[in-house]
Design a protein around this ligand. Structure first.
Ligand SMILES: C[S@@+](CC[C@H](N)C(=O)[O-])C[C@H]1O[C@@H](n2cnc3c(N)ncnc32)[C@H](O)[C@@H]1O
Length: 252
């Protein structure tokens, strides 16, 4: 039988890995802070999203935030945590979650599978109004159990306030992802996309941002009135950051 007692070298390796992660995440954060402050025209997608929401008067007065794929939080969370009254962060990787606990002391950081937590109704509240879904860029993950953000719906909608802002990654074109992950089961990914978007497999390879926005407006119309929806492009035309504001009590 194998012993479960951690060998001293394992524990040293784990600590080293933790510090390496910490340094990498902090360096990226400091560099982003420096560049976005020094060059006012440079903005991250989250900064653009916040500006848009503020300009449209769509930011909730008291932000109850739910970050479902937090990593250490140094990328997205760091840019909006000053706005929140409540912040709940989920991260499956214990090392990243440990960093999150250090950086965001007031947040509830849960080291667990967020999709499972949503589906089982295990989130701490049911009135989130600012939901960030920054799932891994590999579309099939957690042993291919999950695909993009699809497995969160419709369950997540029952956990949010009557008015809620959703922010999530959307894949506009499958080509760069295919190139980045050559071993990916493309047929399975396309089937999942086809099922989620309710259209033929051949139609889910590429979307324009406006077509994608229309699709999400249609999908979310079953949950309430979509007050606003737009896509911010991240670096290139293939991956977008969708902002969607839902009023569950609004006219459909
Ligand atoms: C794209 S990163 C998130 C980046 C983060 N929002 C940021 O800005 O730094 C995706 C993260 O999701 C985590 N993850 C993957 N599957 C998960 C799951 N089922 N539940 C919670 N976290 C998960 C990964 O460990 C990874 O840290």
């Amino acid at each position: 039988m194998r012993s479960h007692i951690l060998h001293p070298t394992d524990s040293i390796r784990k600590t080293l890995r933790f510090h390496k992660t910490l340094i990498r995440e902090l360096s990226a954060r400091y560099l982003t802070n420096f560049l976005t402050k020094k060059f006012a025209r440079l903005m991250t997608p989250m900064q653009q999203a916040l500006l848009l929401l503020e300009a449209e008067d769509l930011l909730p007065r008291k932000v109850i935030a739910l970050e479902l794929f937090a990593r250490s939080g140094l990328f997205t969370v760091a840019e909006y945590h000053h706005l929140v009254e409540w912040l709940e962060m989920y991260e499956i990787d214990p090392l990243s979650a440990r960093c999150g606990k250090i950086f965001f002391r007031k947040a509830k950081v849960l080291t667990t599978d967020s999709i499972q937590a949503v589906r089982l109704g295990n989130l701490l509240r049911d009135d989130y109004n600012f939901i960030v879904i920054d799932n891994p860029d590999i579309p099939l993950y957690c042993d291919s159990k999950y695909c993009e953000h699809f497995d969160l719906f419709p369950y997540l909608v029952d956990r949010v306030a009557d008015y809620a802002v959703f922010m999530m990654n959307v894949v506009l074109s499958i080509e760069p992802v295919k190139a980045k992950y050559p071993g990916l089961d493309i047929a399975r990914w396309l089937r999942r996309r086809s099922h989620f978007y309710g259209i033929e497999v051949e139609q889910v390879r590429r979307f324009t941002p406006s077509r994608m926005v229309d699709l999400y407006r249609t999908l979310f119309a079953q949950y309430g009135a979509v007050k606003y929806a737009t896509i911010i492009l991240r670096r290139h035309t293939e991956i977008g950051f969708l902002i969607l504001c839902l009023d569950k009590k609004g006219m459909r």
